[in-house]
Design a protein around this ligand. Structure first.
Ligand SMILES: Cc1ncc(COP(=O)(O)O)c(C=O)c1O
Length: 500
């Protein structure tokens, strides 16, 4: 039975605790949050880069069940300072040099704040024209700045892993096997589909193969040369062997800027081979794509131009906070063919030129990610992005020279882009080729020891089976003094470990 309207009104009005937090309390909290964020950014260098937290420490500080009764917004700040801040890795710290650096930037933070306030879903043009059109605009800004051919159309996803998944799904649809409609299971007539990537390529290739039902073992890892760059002869041999055996090569994933050493595959040559064999070429430029901004690295733009699809992550080296990953493809219609599935309630008017990004992927609801990219690109400008990247290259070269000159250290790979892999030798003056387990143990321990000091943060990798430490410069706050500080810290910690 329908409640009389006046009774409903009375019930809601009788208790002022429903609805959102009162405006004045929210405003006060926002002002406080502005100071919190600005102070955090200002004093970040004085904080340990990483905490000495044990598993379970953070959860133990919080109640097991959701708080039963409300609490004022001001209490959030108490818990933020007491429970959260002491237990985060401060990715924005200038001496955080792990993974692919950090892309915390002031305009990026502002973009995230605006996006949170608007909280729109960029699933269709109608659900937010500004979110959809800004996405198109920033993708076009990036396309031009990176020197990509006009034939490329972009879409934003959260991560490069998800972008690759979509690219491979589109490539598979392009084979005309009707996988969208009929699936893969129970179809004895289908050949095995294979994906090729270098042994240095990111593990997201296998994850995509798993998710798409291709099977992890149908990713063929191709050998690399002494620069960790894909051996094209080995790729050709693998493709031809599979073709002879009746398997169908689906795609080659070439990399511009590998995870471990930032090596690049010979993408143009691979592109020629792919065209000759009718195989889709995806270029993983999640990290290295940013380098295409620099005129002196025009070879990167040329390499990207050879792709059928490529991914660049502004959240790796273009100063846009996590997450923002741009996929560009020459075949956007294949993405639509694979993923467009429009329920009646979301039907728009394609005739009017409405772009609906939900048609280009698995996701329906989509964050307004373009806002933070716009904030960063507009604030820094193309020239500002370029000079910051150049500075990171300079700092990485400075580190590479410094570490190669330290007694008892060696470079573990040729420095590429802003990544340097190196090793401490078990004994200063020992044979640089020493491959004993002590070297691996020492370098693992060295990375841990450096990170445990809270003064810097590195990661490790394995190269040809041997452990190496790895530094990636990419943070806008990193300066020469941080790199010099790290060199001193490495010398000190390696000496201590050798003594023990
Ligand atoms: C070369 C490369 N490709 C892809 C990825 C995956 O990136 P994402 O975290 O955006 O999925 C990484 C991650 O570091 C990477 O280094």
């Amino acid at each position: 039975m329908k409640e009389p309207d006046d009774k409903l009104g009375e019930e809601v009005a009788s208790d002022g605790t429903l609805g959102d937090v009162p405006t004045e309390e929210f405003r006060a909290a926002l002002h406080r949050a502005a100071d919190w964020v600005a102070d955090y950014r200002e004093r970040i260098e004085g904080l340990p880069v990483s905490p000495s937290t044990a598993p379970g420490d953070v959860a133990a500080l919080l109640p097991a069940s959701m708080p039963e009764s409300p609490s004022p917004l001001s209490e959030l700040f108490d818990e933020l300072d007491r429970v959260i801040l002491p237990h985060v890795v401060n990715w924005g710290h200038p001496s955080f040099l792990g993974y692919f650096g950090s892309t915390t930037t002031a305009p990026g933070v502002l973009g995230e704040i605006f996006a949170a306030a608007l909280n729109v879903s960029a699933m269709t043009w109608r659900t937010s024209p500004a979110a959809t059109e800004l996405e198109g605009v920033v993708l076009e800004w990036m396309r031009r700045a990176l020197g990509l051919p006009e034939a490329f159309t972009g879409v934003v996803y959260d991560t490069a892993s998800v972008a690759l998944l979509h690219a491979l799904a589109a490539a598979r649809e392009g084979l005309g096997l009707e996988v969208r409609r009929r699936g893969l299971a129970g179809r004895a007539e289908l050949p095995v589909l294979r994906v090729y990537a270098s042994e240095q390529a990111h593990s997201s290739v296998e994850k995509a193969a798993v998710t798409l039902g291709l099977g992890e073992e149908n990713v063929r890892r191709v050998a690399t040369d002494e620069r960790f760059s894909m051996d094209v002869d080995a790729l050709r041999a693998a493709l031809d062997e599979d073709l002879r055996a009746g398997a169908l090569p689906l795609a080659v994933v070439a990399t511009a800027g590998t995870t471990s050493t930032a090596a690049s595959d010979p993408v143009e040559e691979i592109g020629d081979l792919c065209r000759a064999r009718g195989v889709w070429l995806h270029v993983d430029a999640a990290y290295g794509g940013a380098l295409a901004l620099l005129a002196e690295h025009a070879q990167v733009a040329r390499a990207l131009g050879a792709a059928d699809s490529l991914v660049v992550n502004p959240h790796k080296w273009l100063f846009v906070p996590l997450d923002f990953s741009a996929l560009y493809t020459r075949r956007p219609e294949l993405l639509r063919q694979t993923f467009s599935l429009v329920p009646e309630y979301l039907r728009g008017d394609a005739e009017r030129g409405e772009v609906n990004y939900m048609d280009y992927g698995v996701q329906l609801g989509r964050r307004f990610r373009a806002l933070k990219a716009w904030a960063v690109f507009k604030t820094f400008g193309r020239a500002g992005l370029e000079s910051r990247i150049r500075e990171h290259l300079r700092l990485a070269r400075h580190f590479a020279r410094g570490v190669a000159g330290l007694e008892g250290f060696e470079l573990a790979a040729p420095p590429e882009m802003a990544v340097v892999c190196f090793r401490a030798l078990p004994r200063p003056g020992s044979d640089a080729a020493e491959t004993d387990a002590r070297s691996d143990e020492l370098n693992r321990a060295l990375v841990e020891a450096v990170n445990d000091t809270g003064r810097a943060y590195l990661t490790h990798t394995t190269l040809r089976g041997r452990v190496a430490a790895r530094v990636a410069v990419g943070n806008v706050l990193t300066e020469g003094r941080h790199i010099d500080g790290l060199l001193a810290l490495l010398r000190e910690q390696a000496a201590r470990l050798r003594r023990s």
